[in-house]
Write a protein that binds this ligand. Structure first.
Ligand code: AMP
Length: 222
């Protein structure tokens, strides 16, 4: 099974992807995390993509397709995986189909209005020490500036500044929204309301995934 998480930045793809990983054992693959890691380590790839990412623009298809190809080849992806932040356009979606054909696919599009995206991302913080994410709107105190886990300093992501958020939303509407029709035509598309408590969103996701997994195992037994 391949689970593809669509939805604007800040819609909760990372959170829900992590919960899917825990519940179903499909590793979560976030192209954003893989790229940020390369930037943090200042690898040749990291140096190449840093400027583009800080502006909120998309890294080239060639680069991200290769990153995903290498990652899904690893043995832990044999039974399935969750993609968070990939594909971002129909070109990447076609490349994905080609690199791993024949796998059952479920697309979950987490819907969230632009105003709520801006509100959420402006309140997002990440620990400089261990990378743990926080959101000052979701129960974490507005005055909090240190990580509860390691005491590291909490900072906003470079691309969560208001001007960059607006650019990322523009890119999302232009580049990623065509994926809705792309996957709708394939009959694998599901919309999930994102402006709900985290657990409610996950329950809705579970209903969809459980039904799909039952169908797959039913077909395998028949
Ligand atoms: P994310 O954490 O998914 O919001 O991604 C952060 C940034 O990484 C994006 O704004 C892009 O610059 C880059 N990025 C992540 N995934 C992709 C992708 N599939 N295609 C192109 N750029 C990507």
């Amino acid at each position: 099974m391949r689970v593809i998480l669509l939805g604007p930045p800040g819609s909760g793809k990372g959170t829900q992807g992590g919960m899917i990983e825990k519940e179903y054992g499909f590793p979560r693959i976030s192209t954003g995390d893989l790229l940020r890691n390369a930037v943090k380590k200042q690898t040749p790839l990291g140096k190449k993509v840093e400027g583009v990412m800080n502006k909120g623009e998309l890294v080239s298809d060639e680069i991200v397709v290769e990153i995903v190809r290498e990652r899904i080849d690893e043995p832990d992806c044999g039974n399935g995986y969750v993609l968070d932040g990939f594909p971002r356009n129909t070109g990447q979606a076609s490349a994905l189909k080609k690199m791993d054909p024949g796998r059952t696919e479920t697309v979950l599009d987490i819907h969230l209005d632009d105003e709520i995206v801006i509100e959420r991302l402006s309140a997002r913080r990440v620990c400089l020490g261990c990378g743990k994410p926080y959101n000052l709107l979701l129960g974490d105190s507005k005055e909090m500036d240190r990580c509860k886990k390691c005491g590291g300093k909490l900072v906003g992501r470079e691309d969560d500044r208001p001007d960059v958020i607006r650019e990322r939303l523009k890119v999302y509407h232009q580049e990623s929204e065509p994926l809705v029709n792309f996957y709708r035509k394939k009959g694998v598309y599901h919309e999930v309301e994102g402006d709900r408590p985290i657990l409610t969103v996950f329950e809705n996701i579970q209903v969809i995934l459980n039904k799909k997994l039952e169908n797959v195992s039913g077909r395998a037994e028949a």
